[in-house]
Write a protein that binds this ligand. Structure first.
Ligand SMILES: Nc1ncnc2c1ncn2[C@@H]1O[C@H](COP(=O)(O)OP(=O)(O)OP(=O)(O)O)[C@@H](O)[C@H]1O
Length: 268
C-alpha cells in the first residue's frame, strides 16, 4: 500500500480545449520524497497535467490535492506560496538580467518585509536580505554556477540557462518541484550533470520532484515511480522496471524515438 497521505494527489482530472480532450480522468499521487516522472508521446497531455497541478490550467473536471488540501480553485501564485514550484518547457528567464538577479526574483514572494511594515522595516529588511542572499548562494554553489553568477542570462549556453532556471525554481523553496523537460535540447554531458542535480535535489535537499522528460534512459535511471500518458489517458503507473516491460507502453512509444532524435538533431 502507498503511504497514508500523499503530498500530491490528482483525482479524476480531465481537461478540454474546445473539441480537444487534453486529459481524460487522470489519477495519480506523489508521495513525500519521491522522484516521480510523467512520460508519454508528443501531445499525450504531460504539460497540460503539470499545468493543472501548478494552477495555470483549471481542470474541466476532477480535483487536485496538495498536502490533503483541495487546491483546484487556487491561482498559480497561491499554489507557489504553499509550496508548489515549477520550471517551464521553454525557458522563462529574464535575458537582460544577471544570473544572480534572475535567481533573486524567485525569492520575491518570500519577502515578508515591505514598506507597510513600519518602524522596524530597515532592520528587518537588512536581516532578511542577508538570509535571502545566503540561500541563493547555497543554490548557486549546489548547481555549480558560481562562475556565471554575474553574467547576463541571455548570453549563456542553453544548458546553463536551464540550470539557472532550476536555480530560480529552487529559490522559492518549494515542497514539490515540477520540472518540464529539464534536459530538453542538452548535450550528453549537460544531461548527465542535470540528472545528477535532480537526484541530489531529491536526496540531499529532500525535495519531492515531478518531472516530464523524453529521455527514457534518464527517466528509468533516476525515477522512483513513473506514469505513462497516451492521448490524455493514463495507461501505466509503476516502478521503472514495470514500465519498461509494459507491452502497452512499448506500443505507445513506437515511433516516438524517431521524433526525439529529430528534435535532438535540430537543436544540436
Ligand atoms: N493551450 C492550449 N490550447 C489548445 N490546445 C492545447 C493547449 N495546450 C495543449 N493543448 C492540446 O492538448 C493536447 C496535449 O498537449 P500537451 O502539450 O499537454 O502534451 P505533451 O504531452 O506535453 O506534449 P509534448 O511532449 O509535445 O510537449 C495536445 O493535443 C495539444 O495540442
Amino acid at each position: 500500500m502507498n503511504s497514508p497521505s500523499p503530498l500530491l494527489e490528482v483525482r479524476d482530472v480531465s481537461l478540454g480545449f474546445g473539441g480537444v480532450r487534453a486529459l481524460t480522468e487522470v489519477n495519480f499521487h506523489v508521495n513525500q520524497g519521491e522522484l516521480f516522472s510523467i512520460i508519454g508521446p508528443n501531445g499525450a497531455g504531460k504539460t497540460s497535467m503539470l499545468n493543472c497541478v501548478s494552477g495555470r490550467y483549471k481542470p474541466t473536471a476532477g480535483r487536485v490535492f496538495f498536502e490533503g488540501r483541495d487546491v483546484t480553485a487556487m491561482t498559480p501564485n497561491q499554489r507557489a506560496t504553499i509550496g508548489i514550484g515549477r520550471t517551464f518547457q521553454n525557458l522563462a528567464l529574464f535575458g537582460h538580467m544577471s544570473v544572480l538577479d534572475n535567481i533573486m526574483v524567485g525569492r520575491h514572494h518570500l519577502l515578508k518585509n515591505n514598506f507597510a511594515t513600519g518602524g522596524l522595516y530597515w532592520l528587518g529588511a537588512q536581516k532578511e536580505e542577508l538570509a535571502h542572499r545566503r540561500k541563493v548562494e547555497d543554490i548557486i554553489d549546489f548547481l555549480e554556477i558560481t562562475h556565471i553568477r554575474k553574467s547576463t542570462a541571455g548570453t549563456l549556453s542553453y544548458g546553463l540557462r536551464k540550470r539557472v532556471e532550476l536555480a530560480r525554481a529552487m529559490a522559492v523553496e518549494p515542497k514539490i518541484i515540477l520540472l518540464d523537460e529539464p534536459m530538453a535540447g542538452m548535450n550528453l554531458e549537460e544531461k548527465e550533470d542535470m540528472a545528477r542535480y535532480i537526484v541530489d535535489l531529491n536526496e540531499e535537499w529532500g525535495m519531492t520532484v515531478v518531472m516530464i522528460e523524453h529521455d527514457m534512459g534518464v527517466v528509468m535511471d533516476i525515477s522512483h515511480r513513473v506514469i505513462v500518458l497516451e492521448f490524455g489517458r493514463k495507461i501505466a503507473d509503476g516502478l521503472p522496471d514495470d514500465i519498461m516491460s509494459n507491452e502497452r507502453v512499448k506500443v505507445a512509444y513506437l515511433g516516438v524515438e524517431d521524433d526525439d532524435d529529430k528534435a535532438a538533431e535540430a537543436v544540436a
